[in-house]
Design a protein around this ligand. Structure first.
Ligand code: G3P
Ligand code: CA
Length: 256
């Protein structure tokens, strides 16, 4: 796999709002995504998992407890709840009372709300827990005519490399990325293998600042790199100087 370099956002460095503008609003909520669009983020990053009844939902943790202010004491997993049950939880109030009433969104609702207004960096979170999640995502993208690379409206990514390799068969035209924080995954040997099915190697930003050969080694293999997660203004410039292809940040206003 290798992307046409002409399609790199016309030379403008893409800014990706991590879980929405999650530095200012509760992560993975409409409030955070609306704010990201207001801040002119080029992409919104979001985490997708699947409910017991097969709905694709936007939430980072495999359990609801950290983000649901009104959740129970015991651990409740996304995979064990139907979508209607999951919707009973408030994922805004714990961040700030002004966000009370925010709900866990459906991926489909996010696509309908923001298609044409921003682009989507969709992470399949822990896909090993969800049989059929790759097919469900592929079906949704095809239904919304997002399964071709023409405008690069969607990038899919995962920490699960096997899932990314499988997606490359299901969605041959959609740009794909692997996620890793481990420098051991970034050897030339490993990058050679990754380049057979992925277009992006998105890693923790300290791997870029600690290894000045990394961006070049990824580019040489026809891939791009968008590091995460930038949470301080001073972290941006060294990454731009290193030649990265996008900035994944909780604070899109640091870069825009
Ligand atoms: O997009 C990269 C980043 O989202 C990966 O880490 O834990 O925030 O999903 P995490
Ligand atoms: Ca993520």
């Amino acid at each position: 796999r290798s992307l046409d370099s002409q399609s790199v956002q016309n030379g403008i460095l893409p800014v990706i709002a991590h879980r929405g503008a999650s530095g200012f609003a509760p992560e993975n909520t409409i409030a955070a995504f609306d704010l990201a669009v207001e801040m002119q983020a080029d992409f919104i990053e979001l985490d997708v998992q699947m409910t017991k009844d097969g709905q694709l939902v936007v939430i980072h943790d495999t359990s609801i407890n950290r983000t649901a202010a009104d959740g129970p004491e015991e651990t409740v997993y996304v995979k064990d709840l139907a979508f209607t049950a999951l919707q009973s939880y408030d994922v805004g109030a714990g961040y700030d009372s002004v966000y009370e009433g925010q709900r866990i969104p459906l991926l489909e609702d996010i696509i309908r709300r923001y298609k044409g207004k921003t682009k989507f960096l969709i992470e399949l979170k822990s896909p090993e827990l969800y049989d059929g999640i790759e097919e469900a995502v592929a079906e949704l993208l095809e239904r919304y005519k997002l399964a071709n690379v023409l405008y690069e409206e969607v990038i899919l990514q995962s920490f699960n490399f096997g899932s990314v390799a499988y997606l490359s068969q299901l969605l041959p035209q959609v740009p794909l990325g692997v996620l890793t924080s481990r420098s051991a995954d970034l050897t030339n040997r490993k990058l050679d293998k990754i380049s057979t099915y992925a277009d992006y190697v998105n890693t923790h930003f300290t791997n870029v600042t600690q290894d000045d050969t990394l961006v070049g080694r990824i580019h040489t293999r026809g891939m791009r790199i968008m590091p995460w997660t930038i949470r301080a203004p001073g972290e941006v410039q060294p990454l731009i100087r290193a030649g990265v292809d996008g900035i994944i940040t909780d604070y899109p206003n640091y870069v825009k």
